[in-house]
Design a protein. Structure first.
Length: 384
């Protein structure tokens, strides 16, 4: 009796012709931009691969679920996707939902690839079925503090943080980074996730008169804080991290954003000299012609690139275990970005990437930091 390949391997989410991938993330509410753009980027690459014949003869099908940036909704989404029989999940957004997905994926041995957020728990310790494609938040704060301390000469640093996994991870990273310099935050003020009134946190931080402030917040709260400071004619260095949605912050901030320091896990989308960004822009134009290139969809696109590479390395006889082994075999892989952004996984590290790119907002665009010591104020000389 003859058996089909799919019957022989009997793997969840895999047939002779198709691989089902779940994409649970936020599609509605204040953080919808992050989820929608992550999904657009992920699908741009997958559509490109499918148009070229798929992976080992199989088309990739993406099943979407809106987790609303809510941990309990994340559980519901995961259960829904499990009932649909997905092989893996990819393109996630949010630290609090990610904590749920990590536990559920680990228990069910469902591979997870790529998340917009970078909490340390992703890879401390590394977990067999969990792979992200970005550096961690704590490393991000360390790089920020080192630049402030060594390159700018700023010693008094404060932090505004969201009172959840995302904010606490940044707080810990900042505290540990400052501790390495024999210091500590001059102020650390929290706000409740999705809160619109952050006056108490603003007053607490301003009272400490920091020279720089890490805004470990959603872009809405970042903007509110900066607008309050501008109104008060107060201009320390404001720093926005890769989890705060720089793409949404910059156009919303307008002139108030000028001089704000940002960090991202990928180079600017204008860098068409980089092969991966060139291919990303072509795919976006082909499949989503009404969408503008942005950091968020580029990051989702890279999630797709790594996902597909793992599928390719797993071979025709696809199983979850072979897929995970395929991802773990990725070492110093140049995906077509700038130097230092190679992807590497091993038994102790499932972050994949470790380099951050720093820039400054200038007239609605982001330019690389040219001279760090010029960041003594968030209204540097170039701001007219």
């Amino acid at each position: 009796m003859l058996f089909s390949v799919s019957a022989a391997i009997a793997e969840v989410g895999v047939t002779d012709t198709e691989i089902d991938i779940g994409n649970p993330n936020v599609q509605t509410g204040d953080n919808a931009f992050s989820g929608i753009q992550t999904s657009i980027g992920l699908n741009s690459y997958i559509k490109t691969i499918n148009a070229a014949g798929g992976v080992n003869g199989r088309q990739i099908k993406v099943l979407q679920c809106d987790d609303k940036y809510d941990p309990e909704s994340a559980v519901s989404c995961f259960e829904q996707l499990q009932k649909s029989g997905v092989f893996a999940i990819a393109g996630l957004v949010g630290s609090a939902p990610l904590i749920k997905y990590i536990r559920l994926c680990s228990l069910s041995k469902t591979p997870l690839v790529g998340c917009y957020s970078g909490p340390q728990l992703v890879s401390s310790p590394a977990k067999r079925y969990i792979f992200t494609v970005r550096p961690g938040y704590q490393d991000e704060e360390r790089q920020f503090v080192d630049h402030m301390w060594n390159d700018v000469g700023i010693k008094k640093v404060a932090v505004l943080y969201q009172d959840d996994a995302y904010g606490h991870d940044h707080l810990k990273g900042l505290e540990e980074a400052l501790k390495s310099h024999g210091s500590s935050p001059v102020a650390a003020a929290a706000y409740r996730r999705n809160a619109t009134d952050i006056t108490a946190a603003f007053d607490e931080i301003r009272k400490a008169q920091p020279e720089a402030i890490s805004l470990a917040a959603n872009h809405n709260q970042c903007l509110t804080f900066i607008k309050m400071a501008r109104t008060a004619h107060w201009s320390p260095v404001f720093y926005i991290n890769s989890g705060a949605n720089v793409d949404a912050f910059v156009p919303a901030a307008k002139d108030d954003g000028d001089g704000v320091l940002i960090s991202e896990v990928v180079p600017d989308v204008s860098r068409i000299d980089l092969p991966l960004i060139s291919s990303y822009r072509k795919a976006l134009q082909k499949f989503y012609p009404n969408e503008k290139p942005c950091f968020t969809s580029l990051r989702g696109y890279i999630d797709g690139v790594v996902l597909v590479e793992g599928l390719k390395r797993a071979g025709k006889d696809l199983t979850r275990e072979k897929f995970v082994d395929g991802l773990d075999s990725i070492h110093n892989w140049n995906i077509g970005l700038q130097k230092g952004t190679d992807v590497t996984y091993n038994s102790t590290d499932h972050f994949g990437m470790h380099k951050y790119t720093f820039g400054v907002v200038k007239h609605g665009a982001i330019v690389p930091v040219a001279v760090w010591k010029d960041l003594k104020s968030t209204k540097p000389a170039f701001v007219e």
